[in-house]
Design a protein around this ligand. Structure first.
Ligand code: MLT
Length: 327
């Protein structure tokens, strides 16, 4: 009995020791897309809001782009499980599980789930030179120019790729728009503004400043209902309202550590995440860009993992219906 008590005490002390000692060095948030895009923006806002709750730790954001986010995700899955290398990734965690048949990681087995961060609607946007001004004009223009227009996205399995896939499938225009992959929708946005690409489906966090500056055209939002309370986005219909019945896509972002990260560390990280999600400045910055900060059960590790498991099942049918695989 004494031995068991001693072991339990040692474990408790080590847990407390782990928790107090963490973080012992710089915490790196890996963003699996290029700098300047929506995932990068979420990570930079989050780093600032988690710094205080982690004892004024040094938190840096590092971009590890490529292959629709799977290169950066693989790097975190293989990182030392000590809590100092984390992944900020979105719906791609679920989409790539079906899109890639030879992934170097398993979504539900190779990560510790630290909580969902936010939900971000998407907007169908276009180059300023497009002749269309309304969504109806845009769809007619696409139909009249089958094979001559192109859509930018951030790689197979990215949110912009998934939206493009779902949008073309809903319009029954599969393969009629050429898709062009970028290392993130940050660089893709530059080409949209410049007119090198015609359309894109991207997150409000990235398109909002460009819409407000009049540098791109906006046509419709991807949420089931219009964003009627948002000062800028309330002017655009939902794709569902435009006849794409059932179209409903919102991009969620989550925080992950490598599998095997000590429980005391993952709890410390989840506590710091939840503190960040309550931070009024973080909420204000996110909501100004159309994002909704998570407040439900998904902010817990168990809720986060259960949610992603459901999203993998849901998106598998979408991806198999589109019949496109990445490898
Ligand atoms: C996406 O389309 O998955 C994201 O916009 C990629 C990014 O954050 O650049």
């Amino acid at each position: 009995m004494k031995k068991m008590f001693a072991l339990a005490l040692a474990a408790t002390l080590s847990t407390a020791a782990w928790s107090q000692a963490f973080p012992s060095k710089t915490v790196t948030l890996i963003v699996p897309f290029a700098a300047g895009g929506p995932t990068d923006l979420v990570a930079r806002h989050l780093a600032e809001a988690m710094r205080g709750p982690l004892g004024n730790a040094t938190i840096v954001v590092e971009n590890a782009a490529g292959a629709g986010g799977t290169i950066g995700a693989t790097r975190v899955a293989r990182a030392t499980p000590d809590g100092h290398t984390l992944l900020v990734w979105h719906i791609g965690m679920a989409a790539t599980a079906s899109l890639y048949r030879n992934l170097q990681f398993k979504a539900l087995e190779d990560f510790e789930y630290l909580g969902i961060i936010n939900d971000v609607p998407m907007v169908v946007v276009g180059a300023p030179r497009l002749p269309a001004t309304t969504y109806r004009d845009l769809e007619n223009h696409i139909r009249a120019n089958a094979g001559r227009l192109n859509l930018a996205h951030a790689g197979l399995g990215s949110a912009s790729h998934l939206c493009g896939l779902m949008w073309q499938s809903a319009m029954r225009l599969n393969q009629s728009i050429t898709t062009i992959a970028y290392r993130g929708t940050g660089p893709a946005m530059n080409d949209l503004i410049g007119g090198q690409v015609d359309v894109m489906c991207d997150q409000t966090t990235n398109v909002m400043p460009q819409i407000e500056a009049g540098r791109i055209k906006a046509f419709a939002v991807t949420t089931a209902s219009p964003l009627s309370t948002h000062p800028v986005l309330r002017h655009y219909p939902s794709l569902q309202e435009m006849g794409l019945t059932g179209f409903n896509l919102t991009v969620w972002h989550g925080l992950y550590a490598p599998k095997g990260t000590p429980t005391a560390v993952t709890k410390r990280l989840n506590d710091a995440l939840q503190a960040a999600l309550r931070n009024p400045e973080f909420i204000k910055r996110q909501e100004a860009l159309g994002a909704v900060v998570a407040r439900d059960r998904r902010i817990t590790p168990a809720g986060h993992k259960a949610f992603v498991a459901g999203e993998i099942t849901k998106l598998r049918s979408v991806i198999e219906a589109a019949g496109q695989f990445a490898d």
